[in-house]
Ligand binder design. Structure first.
Ligand code: CU
Length: 193
């Protein structure tokens, strides 16, 4: 609340003369109405940036130090994703390079907060419905829909529950992870934001 509005609202309690009081009450009401209108407009502006209020674009920088426990690796990568307007699919792009493992086995999006290991939600490469991962460096694009979501059931996401993993992405509790023969638990990882 700016000082001017604050003063006008407080003025009735500081004024003792009847006429003045009535005047300041009206001023106060008008000021409060303007304030509410301003707050309302500000609220709409932030909610309506992209036509709705849901975050759709996501990104992660992948590196060995983000693994749990940290891995020292020359590898790096980037993950980007976009949730469709109708919330039924996720378009993604994954790139990685300079991995130390000679074979890249799988890459996934997992459910799990930073610093924790969680289960697999969907594949980015190396899965039944995705391309095979390429060794040491690679670039993949794809579209994930409900049928591609495999879990993780133990963490409350049943196969097909794409809305729930999207919710996890929006809450910052998902990560992209690239697995190699040298580091089967994951060589590079990045929290999705
Ligand atoms: Cu994984």
């Amino acid at each position: 609340m700016n000082d001017d509005v604050q003063r006008r609202i407080e003025r009735p309690t500081q004024t003792t003369k009847g006429a003045n009081m009535k005047h300041s009450r009206i001023t106060g009401v008008v000021a409060a109405a303007f304030l509410l209108a301003a707050l309302g407009i500000a609220g709409w502006a932030t909610a309506d940036d992209d036509g709705d209020q849901q975050k759709r674009s996501f990104k992660a920088e992948l590196k060995g130090f983000e693994e749990v426990p940290s891995i020292s690796s020359t590898g790096s990568g980037e993950f980007r994703a976009r949730v469709s307007k109708d919330e039924t699919s996720i378009e993604f792009e994954l790139t990685y390079e300079d991995l130390e493992g000679t074979a890249t086995t799988q890459a996934h999006v997992h459910l799990g907060q930073k610093g924790a290991v969680g289960g697999v939600s969907f594949f980015l490469c190396g899965g039944a419905t995705t391309d095979a991962c390429t060794p040491t460096s690679g670039s993949f694009t794809g579209t994930v829909d409900a049928a591609d979501v495999v879990g993780p059931g133990a963490q409350g996401i049943a196969p097909g529950e794409i809305a729930e993993i999207i919710r996890g992405m929006r809450a910052g509790v998902t990560y992209a992870n690239v697995h190699t023969n040298k580091h089967p638990g994951g060589e590079i990882r990045g929290q999705i934001k």
